[in-house]
Design a protein around this ligand. Structure first.
Ligand code: TYD
Ligand code: MG
Length: 450
């Protein structure tokens, strides 16, 4: 019997590059400890050469295939995050923790008019069908397949000819021509590459589902991020019912756009006014809270920032922050101590953005600083007020982007006063129906609110 020649290669789990020798540090992406072994068999090269034989086409021929067509998914939040609907021929990666609702979301796309092939390598077809029934999906346009071998999946795609293929999940499909098991880095890379070529050749949109590890990176599939057109994350935690769909990479639309959903017994429902959701249980007139109009992609969302400052009775003071950068909080505390003479060295400080939202925007600085000061002084911030501004090391308030959208959202929700950076005080902002308090420094701001 002819022996298949196999040799050992090494693959980087971060960038997906392949090396004939082991390295402690990946020579391509410079990450440490990401290389792992896999066997290359003779069969694999024949696979490669097959993929290469593809004729070139003229521009007219390419355009005749109607590239760039967008379909509505039937869920407007998803369409918005995708940049105006699902683009034919695009490859999308949907990441998220196990149990967050990725399969549910993907299945609910079956509620629209799209013809979908749902490849469910993770659950049985029956399980998925039961769930689909529960979600109220009655579409004949939804096809289920329990297949988990990539070539078989490809032929299913040819037979069904869908507009969208959902692969649930990349960690459970494999290529029989490789030695390694499903979920290994080499399988994920190979299957990812094949899905990429299928999506481009057949002009079909493919949504790949990938599980994320606790550290927040997609285990193994992280390297797929370079390959795919769009990377979406579904975020949320057990304590909250809402889920946030975020686009972190999009070749065909804006990034940092978010869609907000609520997990209910009959699936994910879209939240059209997220500010109301995040402010639903707002505590008024309590020291330590303030409202910040955050901007997620193009959409403003008002969030409540809570802080609690107490004496550190147990040695080293604790700093605990949810939803904001820890280092940035330390900087704000230093500004508070140095510029406002508020001693922080012997205090425990807890900061929480209510509702599990994560904000990377420096425009949240001032709201966080004011919440901390408010708790520390035990003086509440006036009701109906929002606070926006980036805080510099000298205690100066720096202007922020897209202030009018933030102010309009606040005004629409009945807020009457806004502390804004002086640099943002202009004819345009003055027209918005909210009383503005422009401020140049933290001292100015404290003069207004305390
Ligand atoms: P699932 O979509 O299976 O998560 P993932 O594919 O990301 O692992 O979602 C599982 C969770 O969602 C599970 O804890 C139950 C909950 N859920 C609902 O609350 N309502 C529903 O209608 C469905 C289908 C799931
Ligand atoms: Mg799932």
């Amino acid at each position: 019997m002819a022996k298949i020649k196999s040799k050992i290669h090494y693959l980087c789990s971060d960038c997906g590059d392949e090396f004939p020798k082991w390295h402690g540090q990946c020579p391509s992406c410079k990450e440490w400890g990401t290389l792992s072994e896999f066997k290359v068999t003779g069969k694999r090269s024949s696979l490669r050469s097959k993929a290469l034989i593809q004729n070139s086409r003229s521009l007219t021929e390419v355009l005749a295939g109607n590239p760039g067509e967008r379909f509505n998914t039937g869920m407007s939040e998803v369409d918005r995050v995708l940049g105006g609907g699902l683009l034919s021929g695009s490859l999308i990666l949907l990441g998220g923790n196990p149990g967050v609702g990725k399969s549910t979301l993907a299945l609910q796309l079956g509620n629209g008019d799209l013809k979908i092939l749902y490849v469910t390598a993770e659950e049985s077809e029956d399980q998925v069908a039961i769930r689909a029934k529960r979600l109220g999906i009655q579409s004949d346009q939804l096809h289920l397949s329990g297949e988990n071998e990539i070539h078989a999946i490809e032929s299913h795609i040819s037979t069904v000819n869908p507009q969208l293929v959902v692969v649930d999940s990349i960690q459970t499909i494999y290529n029989e021509e490789l030695d390694s098991i499903a979920g290994s880095i080499s399988q994920i890379r190979e299957c990812g590459q094949q899905l990429l070529s299928i999506s481009k050749q057949k002009n079909v949109a493919i949504l790949i589902i990938g599980h994320v590890t606790k550290e927040g990176t997609i285990a193994g599939p992280k390297m797929l991020e370079h390959m795919v057109d769009t990377v979406l994350y579904l975020e949320g935690d057990d304590r909250h019912d809402h889920r946030i769909l975020r686009s972190v990479k999009n070749r065909f639309g804006p990034t940092h756009e978010v869609g907000i959903f609520q997990m209910e017994p009959d699936g994910l429902s879209e939240v059209s006014n997220p500010s109301e959701l995040f402010l639903a249980e707002r505590s008024e007139n309590i020291p330590g809270t303030s409202i910040f109009p955050s901007l997620e992609g193009t959409r403003p969302i008002l969030v409540e920032v809570q802080a609690l400052v107490s004496n550190a009775n147990y040695g080293t003071p604790q700093r605990n922050v949810n939803g904001f950068d820890y280092k940035r909080l330390s900087m704000l505390l230093a500004v508070l101590e140095k510029r406002m003479k508020t001693p922080m060295g012997s205090k425990d400080v807890f900061v929480n953005l209510v509702g599990g939202l994560r904000v990377d925007d420096p425009a949240a600085d001032l709201s966080i600083l004011c919440s901390v000061a408010s708790s520390s002084r035990d003086q509440s911030i006036p009701d109906g007020m929002i606070i926006i501004g980036e805080v510099g090391l000298a205690g100066e308030i720096r202007s922020v982007g897209q202030i009018d959208k933030r102010l309009q959202e606040a005004s629409a929700l009945g807020f009457t006063h806004a502390i804004i950076p002086n640099g943002n005080y202009n004819e345009k902002t003055k027209k918005i129906k909210i009383t503005l308090h422009p401020a140049k420094t933290v001292q100015n701001v404290f003069g207004i609110i305390f």
